[in-house]
Design a protein around this ligand. Structure first.
Ligand code: M6R
Length: 442
């Protein structure tokens, strides 16, 4: 709340994610964050100041002004200058610390170890009783869906991920009480919208995790959470992906807190999420080294991206980035699957990017790296293990975090690697051939 020296009889109140209530009786106006404060007064009129509302209060009452800009206006009016960057993709990779902070800003009630997700508040009670969640998306958004399913399962909530373009034709089995969550950067992807239309016929709850405010998926889902990544211009999705992961974590913690997760676990995750922007910054400081590695590795035309558990998702995302902007053949695989077939392709000029953080399955991953090295394969490792990965040819180090948050970090070097590889091959990473930023056909 603010008072102006030249208008001492007025008080200006603004609400961004908090609780402000006005009460009026015959003599005065009271502003409080808890209605209990009104008890001693004979309050005749009350008003809750909504999110993004601004009010001018005097002894006679209050006047409410809606905030000048809505989220949608903010999004579309934001400048998207390329600044000193060569390409938008580079800019979007490097702005991730700021964007990530923006995604989580004002979205926690720390004392309760609870994310505060205004967009789904009205559905909170219904969501409490949902036993199964289905995440639906395409491309990078589908990879975010897979991360969501693993994280929900990790927190004891049943969930699965669907490729939108496959959903309607694969006879999906689900219960009327299941909830669907549609993930999309653009909010206009035709394949995803097709599934929304199908689910609307069935009548399940539809939530959205969307970047572009006012887009079709934003509008057509029952409720949702904006990821606040700002305009993403590069065809390859980068900052939207990390903001999607942040949003998924907040949603997962919100739902897990409704179930069995304790306050202190919620608080620990919130604390760790707040440290992520600095940790992304640390990885970005290593960009020159990753650029050098891209020069060194540009001789390879075939890549596996490998990882276990959460990192089989970041492996797929890394391979998608590399193939779409540098036209190099890349496949993502769960690291433990190598021995069931893919190892056959390994030879000295086949490169494996192995994402292997120091987590409970680290040792198994090391065995798998030995299997690749034993076939004379080349290995570029991404790890938070301080001493590096000894059988690997090169190692990219990243900071440590909670194991299920580490995909947010391990994805950054793969974005940089793909970007610098594209430059090595003289490709324009912002406009890869044959692709569109928004896929409005199915
Ligand atoms: O706008 P959406 O998130 O729905 O788009 C989904 C995919 O088309 C998109 O993620 C695509 O895979 C990206 N080009 C990958 O970088």
């Amino acid at each position: 709340m603010v008072m102006k020296i030249d208008e001492p009889d007025k008080l200006i109140a603004a609400n961004k994610g908090g609780t402000i209530i006005f009460g009026q009786n015959n003599d005065c106006v009271i502003a409080a964050s808890d209605p209990a404060a009104f008890e001693p007064f004979a309050i005749k009129k009350k008003r809750i100041l909504g999110d993004n509302e601004i009010a001018v209060i005097s002894a006679e009452g209050w006047e409410i002004f809606k905030e000048a800009k809505t989220e949608e206006e903010d999004f579309f009016s934001a400048k998207s200058d390329i600044g000193d960057f060569l390409f938008f993709m580079e800019k979007e990779i490097f702005e991730q610390p700021k964007i990530f902070s923006n995604t989580i800003a004002g979205r926690f009630i720390f004392e309760q170890g609870l994310p505060r997700l205004d967009g789904i508040e009205d559905f909170a009670r219904e969501l409490r009783n949902v036993k199964n969640f289905h995440f639906v998306g395409c491309g990078t958004a589908y990879n975010a869906c897979r991360y969501a399913a693993l994280l929900f399962n990790r927190f004891g909530i049943a969930a699965r991920a669907w490729i939108a373009s496959e959903f309607c034709y694969s006879h999906p089995v689900f219960d009327p009480t299941d909830a669907f969550v549609f993930i999309s950067q653009s909010g206009e992807t035709a394949d995803t919208i097709e599934v929304i239309n199908e689910i609307k016929i069935k009548g399940n709850i539809c939530l959205g995790i969307v970047n572009v405010p006012g887009s079709r998926i934003w509008r057509e889902t029952d409720a949702g959470i904006g990821i606040r990544a700002g305009k993403e211009k590069g065809v390859a999705s980068t900052k939207a992906f990390t903001s999607q992961l942040a949003t998924i974590v907040m949603l997962a913690v919100f739902l897990a807190r409704q179930r069995k997760m304790t306050i202190d676990t919620g608080q620990r995750i919130i604390n760790e999420l707040k440290k992520i922007p600095d940790k992304i910054e640390i990885i970005l400081r290593d960009a020159d080294r990753i650029k050098e590695l891209a020069k060194k590795y540009a001789c390879f035309r075939n890549y596996y991206f490998l990882g276990r558990y959460f990192h089989s998702v970041t492996a797929d995302e890394g391979s998608l980035k590399l193939k779409e902007i540098s036209y190099v053949h890349a496949e993502g695989y769960p690291l433990g699957e190598m021995k069931h077939g893919p190892l056959a392709l390994i030879e000295p000029d086949f490169c494996s990017v192995v994402i292997i953080p120091d987590d409970p399955i680290f040792k198994k991953g090391i065995v798998n790296i030995h299997e690749i090295k034993g076939r004379n394969g080349t290995v570029l490792a991404i790890t938070d293990k301080k001493k590096g990965i000894s059988p690997a040819d090169d190692t990219i180090n990243i900071p440590t975090t909670i194991d299920y948050l580490s995909p947010i970090l391990t994805t950054i070097p793969t974005q940089l690697f793909a970007y610098y590889m594209a430059l090595e091959f003289g490709c324009n990473p912002d406009k890869p051939r044959n692709l569109a930023k928004t896929v409005t056909v199915n």
